[in-house]
Write a new protein. Structure first.
Lengths: 112, 116
C-alpha cells in the first residue's frame, strides 16, 4: 500500500531563517506531487505541483520554492522566512489521471 | 475555470440525526467530485468521489454523496451522525478535460459539529 510522509511535524523558525520541508511517498511510482498551504484551519491554497523529476509548476508567486530531486521526494524551501509564511503545509500525491489526491500528515510552521 | 462553493461555514447536528453538508460546483467539462475530511492538526482524508455512473456514491465511515447534475451539487450525507464525525469537511472538483497535474479546486470547508 502507499504511504506519504512529511517532516518535521512541527517547526518554529525565526524570521529571515531558511526553510526545508520534506515529503516522501512510498509504494507508488511516478506520482504527481503537490504542496498546499492551509491558513487558520480553513481553505487550501495550492503552492506547487510536479508531474515528474525536476518538473515544478508554481501556482502563486511567493517567498517559497519547491524541488523534486527524486521520483518520490518533494521538498519545499525558502531562503528567508517571512511572518506570513506561518501555516499548515500539506503534501499530497496522486496517480496520474485519477484525480484523487492523498494527503500527508502535514507540517505546522510558526515563524516568529 | 472551475470553482466550488460550500455555503455553510458550520453545520450543527444532534447525535443520531441525519446530516447534510452542502457543496455546489462549476466546471467547463464533466465534473470529477470529491469529499475529504480533516481532523484537527491532521492531513486531509479521502472520503469518496464521483466520476461517472450511479449518482449516489458511498464512501468511508458511512458517508455518502449525491451527484445532481441539474443543480450542480454534490452534497455529503450520513443517515445517523456520530460525535466522532465532528471535523472539517472539504468538497473538491476537477473537470474531465485532463491535464497532467490533475489539479483539484477545493471549497473553503465546512465545520461539522455533532452535539451529544
Amino acid at each position: 500500500s502507499q504511504t506519504i510522509h512529511q517532516w518535521p511535524a512541527t517547526l518554529v523558525q525565526p524570521v529571515g531563517s531558511p526553510l526545508s520541508l520534506e515529503c516522501t511517498v512510498e509504494g507508488t511510482s511516478n506520482p504527481n506531487l503537490y504542496w498546499y498551504r492551509q491558513a487558520a484551519g480553513r481553505g487550501l491554497q495550492l503552492l506547487f505541483y510536479s508531474v515528474g523529476i525536476g518538473q515544478i509548476s508554481s501556482e502563486v508567486p511567493q517567498n517559497l520554492s519547491a524541488s523534486r530531486p527524486q521520483d518520490r521526494q518533494f521538498i519545499l524551501s525558502s531562503k528567508k522566512l517571512l511572518l506570513s509564511d506561518s501555516g499548515f503545509y500539506l503534501c499530497a500525491w496522486s496517480v496520474r489521471g485519477s484525480g484523487t489526491q492523498y494527503f500527508g500528515p502535514g507540517t505546522r510552521l510558526l515563524v516568529l | 475555470a472551475q470553482s466550488v462553493a460550500q455555503p455553510e461555514d458550520q453545520v450543527n447536528v444532534a447525535e443520531g440525526n441525519p446530516l447534510t453538508v452542502k457543496c455546489t460546483y462549476s466546471v467547463s467539462g464533466n465534473p470529477y467530485l470529491f469529499w475529504y475530511v480533516q481532523y484537527p492538526n491532521r492531513g486531509l482524508q479521502f472520503l469518496l468521489k464521483y466520476i461517472t455512473g450511479d449518482n449516489l456514491v458511498k464512501g468511508s465511515y458511512g458517508f455518502e454523496a449525491e451527484f445532481n447534475k441539474s443543480q450542480t451539487s454534490f452534497h455529503l450525507k450520513k443517515p445517523s451522525a456520530l460525535v466522532s464525525d465532528s471535523a472539517l469537511y472539504f468538497c473538491a472538483v476537477r473537470d474531465d478535460t485532463g491535464g497532467g497535474a490533475d489539479g483539484l479546486t477545493f471549497g473553503k470547508g465546512t465545520h461539522l459539529i455533532i452535539q451529544p
